[in-house]
Design a protein around this ligand. Structure first.
Ligand code: EPZ
Length: 422
């Protein structure tokens, strides 16, 4: 297994290009199942999760080709051979469950393995099932698989979700595009990736309104046609790299960044003493003066502070002046980066869903282990600011969600290299 060696090397300066959003692409790709005409995505990120979704769609009989070094994904689901998403693929990536809604809507049936838990939590699918049942589907759990069917087709309905689940919103919205009649989805998730999905579905002929608000209305149509869609910028990669000059000093411009994608995150950085300003090409980030100040963080559904940036923000707070309280309200076990940061000299106490961080002047480099996607990059951020060398092992987690990390950080002056595993 590869590892990444980072050596604290002072302030960072320059530009970092931000890729298309992993979590938008992972819901846009299954949308191809809704139509027999081709769907092409541009600005796609080059990530192992995208390869996993490609393999899943191909296992269903879809044609998926990756062009222009992976930045374009051309898909066609003209003739599928299966409506079953196997456990061996789904267990690797929870987002595989996003084929459920589209398969059910187009074919009236789907068999999708339950993803099983993952490092950050149990991650059940009850909210997905409740929404699809509201549209008239019959869903049964058998041998670890969800067997869903809607022989007479799905019917529009009014449905209030108990929690604003991102994936459940995506599955229900995609299913409702081909249901008979009108669906009103209440307490829907408002993430930019959902707005991006709806914009793509609308290009395919779907009749949808209200995306980005808690109430999304979908008028079912008989069929959807093909389209070409550019994947929205990745707000989590953007936020992650905004923290690089925040933790190291210097000034970095994030190309393709937009303030509207990271409003609550940028406000927290401002309160901590980090300036974020819009430029022609994106967002410019710099520490206002010296050491950042400790701020408190509570993770919430969009537009609140993103849970996917909690680990990275914790790394910054480990070097802040004062004490910060980070409350993780979305997942039940998303502090696995904390013990690894403590190995680097951080002062962190975790009690349930709350971590209390007392900032230290300087972290010390140490060998640490990545435990999940966002934890892995929080350790790299800590290593950029630490004294000496930090080796982050198990970087396969990193490859799921960050393309060309070494190249992007080297480009702004970081001392970082990837060490091939034996
Ligand atoms: C999406 O996961 C993202 N993944 C996650 O990003 C992100 O952390 C999460 O949304 C929250 O923003 C993709 O978009 C591919 P949820 P998702 O359904 O859809 C519980 C990353 O690092 N829940 O909003 O699975 C669930 O257990 C990943 O890129 C139920 O209880 O998130 C969790 O505690 C990690 N029942 C909470 O809701 C359900 O049926 C949020 O889950 C569904 C979810």
């Amino acid at each position: 297994m590869d590892s990444i060696l980072v050596t604290g090397n002072g302030p960072l300066n320059g530009q970092i290009p931000i890729a298309g959003a992993k979590n938008a692409c992972l819901t846009l790709m299954p949308a191809t199942l809704l139509s027999e005409e081709p769907l092409t995505l541009t600005n796609a990120p080059r990530l192992s999760d995208i390869k996993t979704m490609t393999a899943l769609l191909q296992s269903l009989g879809a044609e998926v080709s990756s062009l222009q070094d992976g930045q374009v994904i051309a898909m066609s689901s003209h003739s599928l051979t299966s409506q079953t998403a196997d456990y061996d693929i789904v267990r690797k990536m929870r987002a595989s469950n996003l084929v459920l809604g589209p398969l059910l809507a187009r074919f009236g049936q789907a068999v999708v393995s339950l993803p099983g838990g993952c490092a950050i939590g149990a991650r059940p699918m009850d909210l997905h099932v409740e929404g699809l049942e509201a549209l008239g589907a019959e869903v049964e759990l058998k041998d670890g698989y969800l067997h869903a069917k809607a022989p007479g087709g799905l019917k529009g309905a009014v449905h209030q979700m108990r929690f604003a689940s991102v994936g459940a919103t995506e599955n229900i919205v995609m299913a409702a595009t081909l249901a008979k009649g009108t669906t009103v989805l209440k307490n829907a998730a408002r993430e930019p990736e959902i707005v991006d999905l709806v914009e793509c579905l609308r290009k395919m002929g779907a009749q949808i309104s209200g995306e980005g608000t808690p109430t999304i209305e979908i008028q079912g149509v008989d069929r959807l046609h093909g389209a070409t869609h550019q994947v929205v910028t990745d707000r989590i990669e953007l936020g992650t790299y905004m923290l690089a000059p925040a933790i190291c000093g210097g000034e970095v411009e994030l190309l393709g960044g937009r303030m509207s994608l990271v409003e609550s995150f940028a406000a927290k950085l401002d309160a901590a003493g980090v300036s974020v300003s819009e430029t022609e090409g994106g967002l410019k980030v710099a520490r206002k003066n010296g050491r950042v100040r400790a701020v408190d963080v509570v993770t919430e559904p969009f537009p609140g502070f993103p849970t996917d940036l909690q680990a990275q923000m914790m790394a910054l707070m480990c070097t802040a002046e004062g004490t910060s309280v980070l409350e993780e309200r979305i997942f039940e076990n998303r502090f696995m980066h904390a013990p690894e940061l403590v190995r680097m000299g951080a002062q962190i106490e975790v009690h349930g869903g709350t971590a209390t961080v007392t900032g230290v002047e300087r972290l010390k480099g140490a060998p640490v282990m990545a435990t999940d996607l966002r934890a892995s990059v929080s350790l790299i951020l800590a290593g950029l600011a630490a004294e000496g060398e930090t080796t982050v092992s198990r970087v396969y987690h990193l490859d799921r969600g960050y393309e060309h990390v070494v190249r992007k950080l080297e480009g702004v002056g970081a001392k970082i290299e990837r060490i091939k595993g034996q």
